[in-house]
Structure formats: C-alpha cells, structure tokens
Design a protein. Structure first.
Lengths: 162, 306
C-alpha cells in the first residue's frame, strides 16, 4: 500500500465517520414513560423503561418502530410515537428547525399547561372530579394480559392471514 | 491526476460535512441554552419569546404533556357530569378491547397512555378527551351486540385522539396567547401574575373543547374522519368492521332519543355516515369476520349490565 492510497483510505474513513455521526439520530422520549422492548410489539418483554426527556440512539427502523440503544447500552425496540428526533441533524438547518427546537424546549422544561397550571385551575374549580381522573389512570392493561386477550380472541397477529 | 482529483474531492466533502455538523451543533447549543441551561438573561428570554411566538402557533405545537393536562381537565369535567359505572370486570374488558385497537393504530402511545371508563347513564354516547381518556356510556354498551361493534366504536374514539380532534377545537387566538406567555417565562415556575393569565387561558381552552365534546359535537368532517380511522384501526385489529355499520344501523331507526342528549346531539346523522363507512370498507382488501370466541366473551362480560 503506498502513501497516497493509505491517505485516501483514511480520508474516506473520516468522511464515513462524519456522515455516520450526522445520520445517527438521537431520539428524545416525549411521553411520561415508555418501554424498550425485545421485539417491535407492544406485548413483547420489556428490557428497559425510559422517562420523558431521556435520550436514545436510533440504530434502525421498521414499520413505526425504532431499534435503539439506551445510555445504559440496552438495545431494543421503541415505538416511534413515543419519541421525537432531537434537532441536530442536517434537516435542522432549514426553517423547521426552530419549531422543533422550541417545542423541544417547552417539553424538556415541562413548561406550558403543566401541573402548576392544573393546581391553580383546581383551586378555582373545586367541584371537578380530578380524583376520578386519577383513578381512571390506574386502569392499566399489562402487556401479557393484552397478548392473551388478542390470542384468545384471534385478533391481531393471532387472527391468521387476512 | 485521477487520484489527486479524487483526493481533493474527498477532502472538500469531509470539510463541508464537518462544517455543517459543527454549525448545526452550535446552533442547537445556542437555542437550547435559552431555556434549558445555565443563566438566562433578559435578552435570552426575549429571543425565546420571539421564537416561540413565531413558531408555536397551532394545535399541532401542543406538547404531549400539555395535551395530557388538557385531557385530564376535560375528563374531570365529564366525570363531574356523569357518575362512573363501577364494575371492575366489565371496565377491564372494555379496556382490553380498547387497548387491542390502540396498539393497531398509528398513535399507540400518548403521554400517559389510553384509559377507558364506563359512564353510568342510559344516554347513548362515547367521548374521547385529548391524550387518550376515553368514555363510553352504559346506554351505548347496551346497543352493542358483539365485540366487533364495541371494537369499532372504541376505534372511532381512538381515531379522535389520534387525529387530535379535541385540540383542533381550541380557538387559535387562545393558543397564540398561551404560547406567548409560555415563551416569555423562562423560570422553572410561573410567577403569580403569569400563572393567573395562563390559567385563564387554560379555562378558555377547556371551554372550547368541552363545548365541542359534550355540548355541540365535533364538526361533521371530524366525525367522518374518525369513522374512516375506525374502519382501518378495527380491521387492523382483526375486528369485522361491519360492526360499525351494524351500530350505525341501530341508530337510524331509533327515534326514542333522537332529540335527547348525548349521541344524537353531538354526532351527524347515522344515515350520512353509513354511506361513507360502506365506501371505506369496500376499499379494504379483506374484511375480518366475527369470531365466536369473541362473541362469547362479549356476552359473558356484558352479563353485568343486565
């Protein structure tokens, strides 16, 4: 290998590295909690749980799901609607960048209509049933229960070819 | 010659890539610094306010967390009007059916997830508050003859959440006012004056949504859109989407509650909807069929109502 081709190799490597850095998307969790799952299915075993504002690196994508790596090094699947792209990709250079950054700022800072506003609203409207809303939030369907429900009812992937 | 041209192309390419990358990063750093990091100066706040005013200007810019707090308050209003039907097994069953459709929609996760509740009233109605709080009345449950019908009705409500129809009923001017205040305030908590103003707007926002959801009903086009989404979500789930037609058919000949509360007041005429739903169903490659396993468990769960 002569000097020139080695240099070429290094340069190509550097370019590939930069392109890879640019393409590797960092995703921010935008829902209260979400799960990193073994397979791209809601009733697949949970490998890690993430909270709003936490970030993951996207590895690949498939029909509404992202394969991601968490900061702890866990790799698994996360649904695309639970995350948003952190805005430092090339796409961020256009006008839409500002929208993303600002919505991001508000979300990350927990600003806007938040708990503090709700408290003030509650103090003005004491007759409202927030306690019932809190009880409603406790009704949760566990992934394994949902899988059984689908399977017993021959729904979703258990419904056979359509 | 060829080699040196290639080398310089690679060099230029690398330099451009690096420059773009660094520029983008520094811009992000600058933008993020205004609210999330370090000391915030007055000019930073003004910048943030300007950006916010310029860019957060529609329902689509409402964050997931904001949508959740709006949905909570709308639900509190609904639950102050209607008592909850407290049958755990039936509520759980409705949540299974609802969540089966949720995971086959393209918005399967919201800030705090989807939750379904039965309202203890003979009124025939179903409502979806922003963020995934979904209500179905006992009266409507009684109209369902099988899980297919229930699945289609819940998929219709999931469709309203998915398409953010509740948030779309907020008057734009209120959002602009709210976004401006939110953009100006950089501190962690709102000061008393800002809090009062923002809560005033929050109340107006809730008034817009509750007025639509509970009193007047959505614009027809949103109901048609939710029907369309229902056909697709329910068929993806594996339900016989003719269940939606079966349900609408029961509403056509029903005059007992026509001028009454609930469904008839807040939904366009069933006849109008049937034609559109039929057309949508005909566009599907295959339509899943009713399964006895499902009908059996439906009847079992519904025993509680009799």
């Amino acid at each position: 290998m002569n000097m020139s081709s080695r240099l070429k190799g290094i340069l190509i490597g550097v370019v590939i590295l930069f392109v890879a850095v640019l393409l590797a998307e960092t995703l921010i969790v935008k829902v209260q909690t979400t799960s990193v799952r073994k397979e791209p299915k809601f009733y697949s075993p949970v490998l890690a749980t993430l909270k709003a504002g936490e970030t993951v690196t996207q590895i690949s994508s498939q029909a509404g799901w992202f394969r991601v790596r968490t900061s702890q090094g866990v790799e698994g699947w996360i649904h695309s609607c639970a995350v948003q792209t952190k805005s430092f990709t090339l796409a961020a250079m256009d006008k839409s960048f500002k929208t993303q950054a600002t919505a991001e700022e508000v979300a990350l800072a927990g600003k806007g209509f938040n708990k503090q506003v709700e408290e003030e609203y509650k103090s003005r409207n004491k007759e409202l049933s927030f306690a019932e809303v809190d009880r409603m939030l406790l009704i949760i369907v566990q992934p394994e229960e949902l899988r059984k429900f689908l399977e017993n009812g021959r729904l979703g992937e258990f419904g056979g070819p359509r | 010659m060829k080699s040196s041209r290639m080398k310089s192309m690679v060099l230029i390419g690398g330099a451009v890539t690096l420059a773009v990358f660094l520029m983008t990063c520094s811009t992000v750093q600058e933008q993020m610094g205004t609210i999330t990091g370090g000391k915030v100066t007055t000019s930073d706040v003004q910048t943030a306010a300007k950006i916010t005013k310029a860019v957060r200007n529609s329902f689509a810019d409402i964050t997931e967390e904001e949508e959740y707090y709006i949905g909570r308050a709308v639900s509190a209003m609904i639950l102050s009007r209607y008592p909850v039907y407290k049958d755990e097994a039936l509520t759980q069953y409705v949540n299974y059916v609802g969540n089966a459709t949720v995971i086959h929609s393209d918005r399967p996760e919201t800030y705090a997830g989807y939750h379904f509740l039965i309202l203890d009233t003979e009124e025939v109605n179903a409502m979806a508050a922003p963020g995934g709080f979904i209500f179905i009345t006992k009266g409507l449950l009684k109209r369902c003859r099988n899980e297919e019908m229930l699945g289609c009705i819940l998929a219709h409500e999931v469709g309203h959440v998915r398409a953010k129809h509740g948030l779309q009923s907020i008057k734009k001017s209120r959002l602009i006012d709210a976004f401006t205040i939110i953009g100006q305030e950089a501190a962690e908590r709102y000061g008393p004056e800002k809090l009062v103003k923002l809560t005033d707007i929050f109340e107006e926002v809730l008034g817009d949504i509750a007025g639509t959801l509970i009193e007047r009903g959505y614009d027809r086009k949103y109901e048609y859109e939710a029907d369309k989404l229902s056909v697709h979500i329910a068929s993806q789930t594996g339900y016989d989407v003719n269940g939606l037609l079966d349900f609408l058919e029961t509403m056509v000949d029903d005059t007992s509650t026509e001028s009454g509360k609930g469904w008839f007041k807040t939904h366009p005429s069933a006849k109008d909807r049937i034609g559109r739903v039929e057309k949508e169903i005909s566009s599907l490659a295959t339509v899943p069929s009713e399964k006895t396993e499902r009908t059996d468990r439906f009847q079992n769960a519904m025993k509680a109502l009799n």
